[in-house]
Design a protein around this ligand. Structure first.
Ligand SMILES: Cc1cc2nc3c(=O)[nH]c(=O)nc-3n(C[C@H](O)[C@H](O)[C@H](O)COP(=O)(O)OP(=O)(O)OC[C@H]3O[C@@H](n4cnc5c(N)ncnc54)[C@H](O)[C@@H]3O)c2cc1C
Length: 429
């Protein structure tokens, strides 16, 4: 069986690792020139995704992934706060549950490890054709082609593969965008880090409709596995940093946000944070200008049929088919779960207990049992942003507690079994 994967992102590479290890002839194509030539800050992988990676990577390989991620000490709780970083709700996290907080670039580099000769970069997929013999041929912008028994669209938000199957885009902008960045921690910036972040990430909301995700990321401080033990597959350990993302309705943002330089994005971020805690303003203001990015959030419709096409020689996974905003911390984990699922069904084809079309059918059916829920949960925090920014929506934070409970519950569902507890602190704009 030959498999061609479009997209060497998190889901596509996880699938490639699983298939390669199982002896399947797999080739992955990505338009990026290098796996590290990409944006991305920090990803959260839940226990299900960790278990999938552990299953499909060699032990020394998974060890390197663990050693490249922040230890659980930095994620003892998840807090929902107001814009002064006063906790409204705190969800304790289960210390016994495996989860990874890892930079997107280190994870992508690690997932590309060992795929030499299988990974083709600088290859922009344009379209595919199903051939008379049932095989499928992928076409690339440079004129090259690649044929396989199965074509996998793991090409993320705006997927061309999924669009061809659905006859329309499989996701749409949600009307909310983000500016993301990271601030290196040195003695000067470290001292400004709000105390609540020492125990775990926070999602903060301000009246007026601006939110912020803030998280310390320090893989060197108490890592789960000592990077020095990773001799076979080296760990990739990032410097201590504060990862942050501001979230706001598009109407509050300049139209040309995504074309702006890092310095211009920093100015927009400063304006959005007017009235916020001085420490948050200060730490965000100290971010590396070259590392700022603006993102328009997209989502699939969680109430529509996920894959409204018959199972055939083309299949999709991850954001290509169920895009979701990063506000739930679920997109990467769900893409890995899809890859695991598909790898399992393809193993059945090889074992002679399934056919390719049945495997695709089973994959699509099972993906529909969990992916729409992940999209729905990831959209929940955006409701608060909209509520707080609605006309007359200068709401006191306490009035938004039911929405906060939803947001914290969302994160709990994703990241642990902690029970969100409302705090007593009164708060207001
Ligand atoms: C640059 C970037 C930065 C990100 N940063 C973050 C972050 O900081 N935090 C977070 O929570 N999520 C981030 N995400 C999203 C997160 O990686 C995904 O939501 C999640 O990993 C789902 O993975 P996926 O495999 O479905 O898609 P992705 O990981 O997005 O991978 C899709 C891949 O397909 C490739 N591709 C797309 N179109 C084509 C084409 N026509 N031809 C060839 N290749 C193509 C892309 O180059 C990309 O490598 C980022 C995504 C990208 C692309």
């Amino acid at each position: 069986m030959r498999v061609v994967v479009i997209g060497a992102g998190i889901g596509g590479l996880a699938l490639a690792q699983a298939l390669h290890r199982a002896g399947v002839d797999v080739r992955v194509h990505d338009r990026d020139a290098a796996v590290s030539a990409t944006g991305g800050y920090r990803l959260h992988l839940d226990a299900t995704a960790c278990a999938a990676l552990r299953r499909h990577l060699r032990p020394a390989h998974y060890q390197a992934v663990l050693a490249s991620s922040a230890g659980s000490g930095g994620f003892r709780q998840f807090a929902v706060t107001d814009h002064r970083l006063r906790p409204l709700l705190v969800a304790p996290q289960d210390p016994g549950e495996e989860r990874l907080l890892i930079g997107r670039v280190p994870l992508r580099r690690l997932l590309a490890h060992g795929l030499d000769g299988r990974l083709f970069l600088g290859r922009e997929f344009t379209h595919h054709r199903v051939d008379g013999d049932g095989t499928v041929t992928a076409h690339f912008a440079d004129g090259s082609v690649d044929s396989a028994d199965l074509l996998v669209g793991a090409d993320g938000v705006g997927s061309r593969v999924a669009r061809a199957l659905a006859g329309r885009p499989t996701s749409a902008p949600v009307g909310i965008s983000g500016i993301a960045g990271r601030t290196r921690l040195d003695p000067g910036t470290d001292r400004r880090v709000p105390e609540v972040l020492r125990a775990g990430p926070a999602l903060a909301f301000a009246p007026g409709g601006v939110g912020a995700f803030l998280s310390l990321h320090d893989p060197l401080r108490a890592p789960a596995v000592d990077p020095a033990t990773c001799r076979e597959v080296p760990a990739i350990v990032e410097a201590p940093q504060l990862v942050w993302g501001l979230i706001a309705p598009d109407r509050l943002l300049p139209r040309d946000l995504r074309e702006r330089s890092g310095a211009a994005l920093a100015e927009v971020a400063t304006d959005l944070l007017a009235g916020w805690s001085g420490d948050v303003r200060s730490v965000v203001g100290a971010a590396d200008r070259d590392d700022l990015g603006a993102y328009r959030f997209h989502a699939a419709d969680p109430d529509a049929e996920l894959t409204p096409w018959p199972a055939g020689p083309v299949v999709c996974l991850g954001d290509a088919v169920h895009a979701m905003p990063p506000t739930g911390g679920m997109a990467a984990a769900t893409a890995i779960r899809d890859a695991d699922l598909l790898a399992g069904h393809l193993a059945a084809v090889r074992a002679g207990t399934s056919s390719l079309a049945l495997a695709v059918h089973d994959h699509q059916r099972q993906m529909a049992t969990y992916a729409p829920a992940a999209v729905r949960e990831s959209l929940a925090p955006l409701r608060w942003i909209r509520a707080a920014g609605s006309p007359g929506g200068r709401l006191v934070a306490r009035g938004l507690l039911p929405v906060a409970a939803l947001a914290a519950g969302t994160h709990r569902a994703l990241t642990g079994r902690g029970r969100p507890a409302p705090t007593d602190g009164t708060s207001g704009p």
